[in-house]
Unconditional design. Structure first.
Length: 466
């Protein structure tokens, strides 16, 4: 084997996975087709659950320093989505360009990218996966993860379909300056047959996404006047938009692979699912895919436990939920008639006035409400030693909070102990991705033993790597 895990694609998903494997002491290679990084970014929103995952990796606070916090978003001019009440240390969406997120993830110890390495195809057998590169080289690994985007060579090599459809065609993108910048950090608005989204890079440049109802191929050139007219149409002003440094056109698809695992090969991020930019959930979902998969691969490589099948069973429904949520938002944004626009605005305002609907909406978009059935998200909390729970997760191990009666010595190589800040009989076993593997009274030795065996492996750690 050349390495234990081969990761294809060094975007946010692949960088997260590489950092997690490095932290766990697992050998990996991170391949990136591009030889350099282009001056282009699509994702701007970092949601609360992603910030919690980044907090557990020590990079949330540095990333927050690069952007601006938005505690609420006004939809369609009148309907407000308020994030300030979310039960998290991060009750907002962070607006920062994707390259800042990638820099934060690449800064973690042990993250190394191999640029200019383009995958041609893969083959696998019972022992490992062979990656065939475009330059004729081959690499051998126990496992391979395709984090190589919508046009994933890994997914295509597996022969997996990518069913779905285009939901918005001829979206215009541009990096521009404004004579009178928008007053809000995030400017989102729509009119009949048009919408525009404006987000800052933080250096005087802004990214504009605009749609005006045209149905043109991606290869058609974009004119500054078309973008200016669309921004003015939905906002009543174009804010003095000028000096574009880059313009392009693309279409937005809704697609999801039928499987996230085929033998020793896994798909994550846009290689597994893609959807409209509405809600800003794409990059966040990919980072959370990686947070779910990394520690499971580490356990398998070390021969301690095999919980790899839970990656697909846990993350596939999340991908489906994100497709439906972003799809609903973008379909509301692209209504073409004035009557449809009025109905949309009224319906959105009335729906968000209902506490249960508003609660579910904010938790879904932010990721705070995403659980895996009985495996639920663990909120941050203080510990007896002065740290927070998510700070204690930064070693990448399972965290046991409380004082159980069970002797934990047999799992000590996979487990960190911590005392709760307040005296309580409850014991909580937290997975490395910040989800609860088990909770119960300190006296329940059998329950805790079963959970440890289920998720961490047998006490002897003798499960053979598959």
């Amino acid at each position: 084997m050349d390495t234990d895990v081969l990761i294809v694609g060094a975007g946010p998903t692949g960088l997260t996975l590489a950092g997690d494997l490095a932290r766990a002491g697992i050998r990996y290679l991170l391949l990136e087709r591009r030889a350099d990084t282009p001056n282009m970014t699509r994702a701007f929103a970092v949601h609360a659950r992603t910030l919690e995952e980044l907090d557990a990796r020590g990079v949330a606070d540095p990333l927050i320093a690069t952007g601006q916090r938005v505690e609420g978003v006004r939809l369609f001019g009148q309907a407000d989505l308020d994030l300030s009440g979310l039960p998290t240390r991060f009750p907002y969406v962070l607006i920062t360009p994707q390259y800042q997120t990638e820099r934060a993830l690449a800064s973690r110890d042990g993250v190394v990218v191999t640029p200019g390495a383009e995958l041609s195809k893969i083959t696998q057998d019972g022992d490992g996966v062979t990656a065939h590169l475009a330059d004729g080289r081959t690499l051998r690994a126990r496992y391979l993860v395709g984090a190589d985007g919508v046009h994933s060579a890994v997914r295509q090599s597996l022969g997996l379909p990518f069913p779905g459809k285009s939901v918005v065609r001829s979206l215009m993108l541009a990096d521009v300056r404004f004579t009178e910048p928008p007053p809000s950090v995030l400017t989102v608005n729509a009119a009949a047959g048009a919408f525009a989204f404006i987000a800052p890079f933080g250096d005087g440049w802004y990214r504009v996404f605009a749609w005006n109802g045209d149905d043109r191929p991606d290869t058609d050139p974009v004119s500054l006047s078309a973008i200016r007219d669309t921004v003015r149409r939905v906002n009543g002003t174009d804010f003095g938009l000028h000096d574009p440094r880059w313009m392009s056109r693309f279409h937005s698809d809704e697609r999801q692979a039928p499987h996230y695992r085929v033998g020793r090969v896994f798909l994550a991020g846009d290689a597994a699912h893609c959807h409209s930019p509405a809600g800003g959930m794409g990059m966040n979902t990919g980072i959370q895919d990686a947070a779910n998969l990394g520690w499971k691969l580490a356990l398998a490589v070390r021969g301690q436990a095999d919980v790899l099948d839970t990656y697909e069973s846990e993350r596939y429904p999340v991908g489906r939920l994100v497709l439906r949520t972003s799809g609903a938002l973008v379909r509301l944004a692209v209504v073409r008639s004035a009557m449809q626009q009025a109905l949309r605005t009224t319906a959105a305002r009335l729906a968000l006035a209902v506490p249960a609907v508003r609660h579910r909406g904010t938790r879904t978009v932010s990721g705070i409400g995403i659980d895996y059935g009985p495996v639920t998200r663990v909120p941050d909390r203080p510990l007896a030693d002065g740290r927070r729970l998510y700070e204690a997760l930064r070693d990448g191990r399972f965290l046991l909070v409380g004082t159980p009666s069970l002797d934990l010595g047999a799992w000590s190589d996979r487990l960190t102990r911590a005392a709760a800040a307040s005296a309580a009989d409850e014991v909580l076993l937290v997975r490395p991705d910040g989800y609860a593997a088990w909770s119960g009274p300190a006296s329940d030795e059998s329950g805790l033993r079963a959970a440890l065996t289920r998720w961490c492996g047998s006490p002897a750690g003798s499960v053979a790597a598959r």
